[in-house]
Design a protein around this ligand. Structure first.
Ligand code: COA
Length: 397
């Protein structure tokens, strides 16, 4: 029976269950399998969080060593994928290249994943391990440089920075990126994760589901926001210019990137960690990004309270991502790829969860097109001389 309630953005609609993460938007709390994100950000490593999401619990020492060994063993890209990346035009957008790269990896697998839990776990580890390599290899190639091989002595975050620059990162940089990956690892049924689950629900394999997720993450309203935040910081240039900038932006009816969230009605809990890291890193790198971002958040809060009273629009995870990643030397058009390097753990875990309790995801729509009318032969349509079908809307959509 057709539903009569139309909810275009699925806002407030519960479409499934998950044990992976919980977003409590009213109180600003995010938990992964019951662990508060603040505790994980402070005490865990990304690899521990990967174990938590994929295997259901935090690892023992031995389990962590085993997972790290499996990740290290899967970091390198098949040579065929690197050859394909060599053929991509250097001005291609890094998120597009990442999407292509995920698909390409699946061409070089010895066997297509058969959908069993064990092969999906293996594929998930493969994807978590290879995402940073894909991003780093493309970063080097687009700059006209040769890729740098992964360093098996380095942990996940440090190795990512190493493969980009060929320099061992300072501890503060490694710790910041590791925490960033933890903070971004999962976020319930966000748009990209939902895409992955929809794709997996059709029986498509995990590589296809993750490729769909990468495509969905790319948009400005989701993972594309932080590079736009960076553009704002660059345009503002000085902290004292933040308020007039915000007024002009809102005056043109535009949104402040990195502000607002569908779920959080107060400041995103991840923003506090990112702000701390942005402050710390920009002090170390002697850049001005943190101070401008801080001024922009203050100005946004003040002006939004004035022009959109009563609307809960506060800094989201993307806001301080921009100064944090910029301070790590990551160019703004690679921010979304770096986000994906963290989120791949959550996407994979959601695919595993979807497969384990699968039901094809297939919502309904209320039909609002023309009423039923007879088919008109092409000769008759041609004689009339235009595309407007009798009783039809006459437009392609
Ligand atoms: N700047 C200015 N106004 C904003 C805003 C922002 N960043 N975010 C929301 N609003 C306003 C909208 O203009 C709208 O006002 P109106 O009712 O007067 O028209 C109201 O708040 C509701 O916004 P809406 O876009 O319908 O809410 P949503 O739940 O769909 O929005 C986002 C969630 C994330 C899409 C939205 O806040 C946004 O576009 N933010 C900027 C992009 C961003 O940072 N994305 C990353 C998300 S993690």
């Amino acid at each position: 029976m057709a539903s009569t309630v139309v909810n275009p953005g699925l806002e407030g609609i519960v479409v499934g269950e998950t044990v992976l993460s919980n977003v409590e938007g009213d109180v600003g709390r995010l938990t992964y399998r019951g662990y508060d994100i603040h505790d994980l950000a402070e005490h865990a490593t990304y690899e521990e969080v990967v174990h938590l999401l994929l295997f259901g619990r935090l690892p023992t020492y031995q389990e962590l060593l085993d997972l790290k060994a499996r990740l290290v063993a899967r970091r390198s890209l098949p040579s065929g994928v690197v050859a394909m990346l060599h053929a991509v035009p250097r001005d291609a957008w890094p998120m597009d290249v990442l999407r292509t790269g995920v698909s390409a990896i699946s061409h070089f697998l010895p066997h297509r994943p058969d959908g069993s839990h064990d092969t999906n776990i293996d594929a998930a580890i493969d994807l978590v391990a290879k995402f940073p390599t894909l991003v780093a290899v493309w970063d080097r190639l687009r700059r006209g440089l040769e890729p740098i091989a992964p360093d098996s002595t380095l942990d996940h975050a440090a190795n990512f920075l190493w493969m980009r620059s060929g320099e061992r990162p300072i501890p503060a940089a490694e710790a910041a990126l590791d925490t960033y990956f933890i903070l971004l690892a999962d976020h319930s049924y966000n748009a990209s994760t939902f895409s992955a689950r929809v794709t997996a629900s059709t029986g498509e394999d995990i590589y296809g589901a993750v490729a769909a997720a990468v495509a969905t993450l790319a948009g400005d309203l989701h993972g594309g926001a932080p590079s736009k935040v960076m553009t704002m910081l660059e345009e503002i240039g000085l902290p004292e210019k933040a308020e007039p900038y915000v007024r002009a932006l809102l005056g043109r009816g535009e949104k402040i990137m990195g502000m607002g969230h569908r779920e959080y009605k107060i400041r995103d809990p991840r923003a506090a960690h990112l702000e701390r890291m942005a402050k710390n890193l920009t002090e170390k790198s002697h850049t001005k990004w943190y101070l401008i971002a801080r001024a922009l958040e203050d100005a946004s809060n003040a002006v939004l309270a004035e022009v959109k009273p009563g609307k809960p629009i506060y800094a989201n995870v993307e806001f301080y991502t921009a100064p944090t990643l910029a301070s790590l030397g990551i160019p703004s058009d690679e921010f979304t790829c770096t986000f994906a390097c963290g989120r791949i753990a959550g996407w994979s875990a959601h695919v595993l969860e979807q497969v384990a309790h699968n039901r094809l995801i297939r919502p309904q729509a209320t039909y609002v097109g023309p009423a039923v009318h007879p088919y008109e032969p092409i000769a008759a349509r041609n004689a009339r001389g235009n595309g407007a079908a009798s009783g039809g809307a006459g437009s392609y959509n």
